[in-house]
Ligand binder design. Structure first.
Ligand SMILES: [Ca+2]
Ligand SMILES: [Ca+2]
Ligand SMILES: [Ca+2]
Length: 327
């Protein structure tokens, strides 16, 4: 009878241990893929890459036209994409309304990109100035138009040159406000081409593969910090993605400043050797090689092995052996 109670007691203990030790581990697999992300910033991309001039006509002087009763346009054919911004050459004679700058692929259709430049931001002396609109993809060798307008009291003066075809891949046009009729100024004024520059981005290099620091060994269920960074040759902001050893890539996260140290925490819910992999890409999408980092995860059973209950089972070698193997 006494031994039956003992057996029952042992059965209860094993059941208890099963519930306490095994079940949570099974459920913990659900959390295996979760990561804690510290210090993620939500901010606009800081485009600090060098620009590259694509199309241009920089032969200045000889001709100018004041915006007022008409819009002015010039056509160009890009070679590079995206189109990032344009520079114009001119100045404002007096304060007026905003200068409206549009990029179109058809003069009478909607703008593909647009920026409205306040009158006070337009130079009052003849010079180049930047018109930066949201970047757009353009089709190389297709004709696009830069169209400028200054509704009402506009006094912007655009400079160009004529008598030679200084820009052979396009023409200049004007248009009375609110009409669809564009006049080809290049035909009237001997190959007139206004001064302009279009920009795209320079050749981009990917960031170097990330440098990873952190623990090379750990225990099941404990959290470990890993810090990492990536250097981009052009100093671009970088994003990362991580595989914690489960062959699942996280979403890209970032961007971070070039070389900024990022810290992430992770815990593993099973024993084994895991290969952490981190890849970076710059804001233009060029990716680094993956960096690898290994961690060995062992059972976290020191506390259980030292417990009175566990020592008690040492008197029952079969159960002890069984328990040793299941925890
Ligand atoms: Ca832009
Ligand atoms: Ca021309
Ligand atoms: Ca880069």
């Amino acid at each position: 009878m006494k031994s039956l109670v003992k057996k029952y007691f042992i059965f209860l203990i094993i059941s208890f241990l099963f519930i306490v030790l095994i079940v949570p581990n099974i459920y913990a697999y659900d959390n295996l893929f979760s990561i804690e992300i510290h210090g993620i910033k939500d901010r606009n991309f800081d485009l600090n890459l060098g620009f590259q001039i694509d199309q241009y006509q920089d032969n200045e002087g000889g001709f100018n036209m004041i915006l007022g009763f008409f819009k002015i346009a010039l056509s160009f054919k890009p070679v590079l994409s995206p189109l990032v911004k344009v520079d114009l050459f001119g100045y404002s004679i007096m304060d007026g309304n905003n200068l409206e700058v549009s990029i179109k692929d058809n003069v009478n259709e909607q703008a593909l990109a647009y920026v409205s430049i306040p009158s006070e931001d337009i130079p009052t002396q003849l010079s180049w100035f930047e018109c930066d609109f949201p970047d757009i993809e353009v089709q190389p060798e297709k004709t696009y138009y830069i169209i400028i307008d200054q509704i009402g009291e506009g006094k912007f003066t655009w400079y160009g040159n004529y008598q030679n075809d200084y820009y052979s891949r396009g023409y200049s046009y004007s248009n009375q406000e609110n009409t669809l009729n564009w006049v080809n100024l290049s035909e009237i004024f001997q190959d007139l081409d206004f001064c302009f520059k279009t920009y795209s981005y320079g050749n981009n290099l990917p960031p170097n593969s990330p440098v990873i620091n952190g623990s090379i060994s750990g225990k099941i269920g404990e959290t470990y910090d890993y810090d990492f960074f990536s250097i981009d040759p052009e100093g671009n902001d970088v994003l990362f993605r991580i595989d914690w050893g489960n062959e699942i890539n996280s979403q890209w996260f970032g961007p971070y400043n070039n070389g900024e140290v990022v810290i992430l925490s992770h815990k593993w819910e099973e024993k084994g050797d895991f290969e952490i992999k981190i890849q970076s890409k710059d804001i233009f999408g060029d990716k680094s090689e993956w960096s690898l980092f290994e961690i060995a995860i062992v059972k976290n059973n020191v506390i259980i092995e030292n417990s009175l209950l566990f020592k008690f089972f040492q008197n029952y070698p079969t159960i002890y052996y069984f328990l040793k193997n299941i925890i």
